[in-house]
Write a protein that binds this ligand. Structure first.
Ligand code: F6P
Length: 347
């Protein structure tokens, strides 16, 4: 078969591992040929390609980013976009297309599936917010980086008797914040799923201070909600999928905490550091399993499907089910978080 492949949306560690695994299994076990599209859907619209073979996918397993590059190109917003995609697919004589991406990228896979294109999706996002899969590759690496940052910030916070507010990514889901927060032993964790309760944050910090620890760490998800509603944003412009850039909650919280508690407070925004660099062993393994599963799905003729992880097993679900709703943090993890904090009755 001739199979196209692309990576769309924000990059994430493990993309190259998926590409390598799919190409290796496809060429060596099924006799497939591959066409790599550059910069997500933009490459399909403009027919910009690179060869994907055993040579071009060699030595990339441990590398972050994506050899196919990425973009947030929304085919729906480009006049004649879908027609151009169909032309490219025809020109390259493709039998199938594998798209690696989150909900925005997969919404285009779905629209193309509805136009008879044989698409298979692979769930990618450090935010871990795609429904239907227990884990997206890239998440483990982002959490590992954020946890290491929280560990490192402890010593400098302690040396200066400071509160440090660490802002992490995640868009409208608090997976990175709650996981890195609990794993890193943060004193307060703020996520988009629960509106910020600044009185409660200050109570936790004051309790800690009064019990002998003159420093503290707060982890805040970039998408944490102000009590009156709304999120901290950088400007008002939106990307082609309508997302505003989230940023600034860490600084806003640091100012408010210092004002209320009088403890010296600073903020650190981990930003794109969380997405860069080499994937963890867990992400390399998961990405490799997804790559193999994607090519097997193509050969099983199961199109319009997304490979997913359920428990410890790789399986697949309709792409439509994966993008219908953001997967957010459940009460079980909030319970773990609050179990580690002094209850409200303790002042
Ligand atoms: O969706 C992944 C993500 O890293 C989010 O956590 C973040 O809000 C966003 O992408 C940032 O995207 P960029 O800076 O690449 O536009």
């Amino acid at each position: 078969m001739r199979i196209g492949m692309l990576t769309g949306g924000g990059d994430c560690p493990g993309l190259n591992a998926v590409i390598r695994a799919a190409v290796r299994k496809g060429i060596q076990h099924y006799g497939d040929e591959f066409v790599g599209f550059m910069e997500g859907w933009r490459g399909v619209i403009d027919n910009v390609t690179m060869p994907l073979d055993l040579k071009t996918t060699s030595g990339i397993l441990h590398k972050g980013g994506t050899i196919l590059r990425s973009s947030r190109t929304n085919v729906k917003k480009i006049p004649g976009g879908f027609e151009k995609c169909l032309e490219t697919i025809e020109k390259n004589k493709l039998d199938a297309l594998i798209a690696l991406g989150g909900d925005d990228t997969q919404s285009i896979s779905l629209a193309l599936s509805e136009r008879e294109v044989k698409c298979v999706g692979v769930p990618k996002t450090i935010d871990n917010d795609l429904s239907g899969t227990d884990v997206c590759f890239g998440f483990d690496t982002a959490v590992t980086i954020a946890t290491e940052a929280v560990d490192r910030l402890h010593s400098t916070a302690e040396a200066h008797n400071r509160v440090l507010v660490v802002e992490v990514m995640g868009r409208d889901a608090g997976w990175i914040a709650i996981t890195a927060g609990i794993a890193g032993g943060a004193d307060a964790i703020l996520v988009p799923e629960k509106p910020i309760d600044i009185d409660e944050v200050c109570r936790l910090l004051k309790y800690r201070h009064d019990h002998g620890k003159k420093f503290a760490i707060v982890v805040a998800a970039e998408g944490a909600q102000f009590p009156e509603g709304g999120q901290a944003t950088q400007g008002t412009s939106v990307d082609s999928f309508g997302h505003v850039r989230l940023s600034g909650i860490g600084q806003a919280l640091a100012e408010e905490i210092e004002k209320r508690t009088k403890y010296e407070t600073r903020s650190v925004n981990l930003g794109h550091t969380q997405r860069g660099g080499t994937p963890t062993a867990y992400d390399r393994m998961l990405a490799t399993r997804y790559g193999v599963a994607a090519i097997d799905l193509v050969h099983a003729g199961k199109f319009g499907q997304l490979v997913v992880l359920k428990g410890t097993q790789i399986t697949s679900i309709p792409i439509a089910d994966a993008i219908s709703k953001t997967r957010t943090v459940g009460e079980d993890l909030f319970d773990v978080m609050t179990s580690l904090q002094p209850p409200k009755s303790t002042v």
